[in-house]
Design a protein around this ligand. Sequence first.
Ligand code: SF4
Length: 337
Amino acid sequence: MTEALFYTKLSENRTNCLLCPHNCIVDEGKRGVCGVRINRGGILYSEVYGRPVSLNTDPIEKKPLYHFYPGHQVLSLGTLGCTLKCSFCQNAEISQASGEDQGFGVKKSLQEIIVLALEKQKNIGLAYTYNEPVVFYEYMTYLAAEVHRNGMKNIMVSNGFINPEPLAKLIPLIDAFNIDLKSFEDNFYKKHSKSRLAPVLETIRTLSGSGKHLELTFLVIPGMNDSIDIFDKMTDWILEETGRKTPLHISRYFPHYKMNLPPTPIKTLEGFYHHAKEKLDFVYLGNIPESIGMDTYCPACKSLLLKRNGYYTMREGLDESGSCTTCHEKVINYMTI
Ligand code: SF4
């Protein structure tokens, strides 16, 4: 355990956590909504500091990031806990699990993780992913500083539910973000994730303005967030706030956790793909085998640039600097590390 950042002490040994927009008042001996920040004797602690439960080397395309060092690997790490309570969570075994049920994971010091990251082939750095990295903010930020000191990159895959001050302190440490946009309706966030839409939009707006690499993911759940009209509003907003070059991953839902609806029909995903492509240059379909929306094309001359087979990426009409070999349009800003 380590003392938490971003909290204040209240009377009677209570604490007020200010890390995410839940702003939990945590009584002595209790935990916040995320389940991994506990008040002991009037001090708030992170129980998942140095305690990863998942640690794997993944293709960067699995995060998903398609425009950030394509074809590379990234050591990926997650702990227990999440700030959201999504009934459809695709990673509930860890995100919704309590440390009291299964322990908080194996102890891994900052140095042990850095040594692992350095010895992996084609590894560009460290990704904070699997569960919501905001809940292990202290571990993530101390690790991220070490990763930078060793000349590697940091990636954060997040639901975007974080307060502005901790976000501002995090941005200089992270090189690329993938943020989930679960719906464009506040009611959806309230009902199915026990949270709110506005802070997530604010995070995306801030990240876009920061100049850091940003990709977005939208998980389509049949009957819950598959209204094409609302999706059109979402893509209008993306176009206006983050620009047409922001890669959007439209992902297929599979039944998990408390949700047993059937998987999203491929036709629905393809319909969303065509709608989004009218406004955005880079739209991809995820969690499906073969379909449209796998490869990257030049938005200027339409040449094939990157061909993907699962998580395997082949460079076609793209040069080493990330420009189209046909028309020289700059498409990928981050190529060889
Ligand atoms: S990080 Fe956890 S304890 Fe802190 S406000 Fe968010 S849910 Fe509550």
